[in-house]
Design a protein. Structure first.
Length: 174
């Protein structure tokens, strides 16, 4: 049995975005009166970027990956561009819903037909990697996406939100 690039990418992104939504909602339930002041700018260590940044990068990874996989590689790719200025859980959850919507509307056939197309993947100001769409997903998009989901989870866990492995993995079994 082979797994298509669209199935791998879209299911992974859909489940991961659902996980992020779930753990943010658990934080809201845990501390409904002060969730924003307690957790939105929380970080594991002083030189790390905050929870809001982790959600922003995870969703930007989804948007940029879907643009690349569907051949929309310019700044006018037709997908929403977020300002990365969210400061509240309500705003983060709204952004996650918008990202889930992008996943649900992605053109699976186009993604699959572009699996071997070479694309440029800019990483930093001076590093541009040329990879196939498939390799860009496997070597960058999915690992980066999970890094930021895991960091968001770890921030909330470290701040006392009662999240566990089931909260992290549950969406992947749904």
């Amino acid at each position: 049995m082979s797994l298509s690039l669209s199935a791998l990418t879209l299911q992974t992104f859909s489940s991961g975005l659902s996980t992020l939504s779930h753990i943010l909602k658990k934080a809201q339930e845990h501390s409904p009166q002060d969730v924003d002041s307690k957790f939105a700018s929380a970080r594991l260590i002083d030189d790390q970027l905050p929870l809001t940044f982790q959600v922003q990068v995870a969703t930007n990874t989804v948007r940029k990956t879907l643009a690349r996989l569907q051949g929309r590689e310019t700044s006018q790719d037709g997908l929403p561009h977020w300002e990365d200025n969210e400061t509240t859980f309500a705003q983060l959850l709204e952004r996650l819903e918008a990202a889930k919507d992008l996943v649900s509307k992605a053109d699976a056939a186009k993604i699959d037909e572009r699996a071997d197309v070479e694309v440029e993947l800019p990483l930093g100001a001076d590093n541009i990697f040329k990879l196939s769409c498939k390799d860009s997903v496997l070597k960058y998009s999915i690992p980066n996406f999970f890094f930021h989901i895991n960091t968001a989870y770890s921030i909330l866990r470290a701040k006392g939100v009662p999240v566990g492995k089931r909260d992290y993995l549950g969406s992947f079994f749904a």
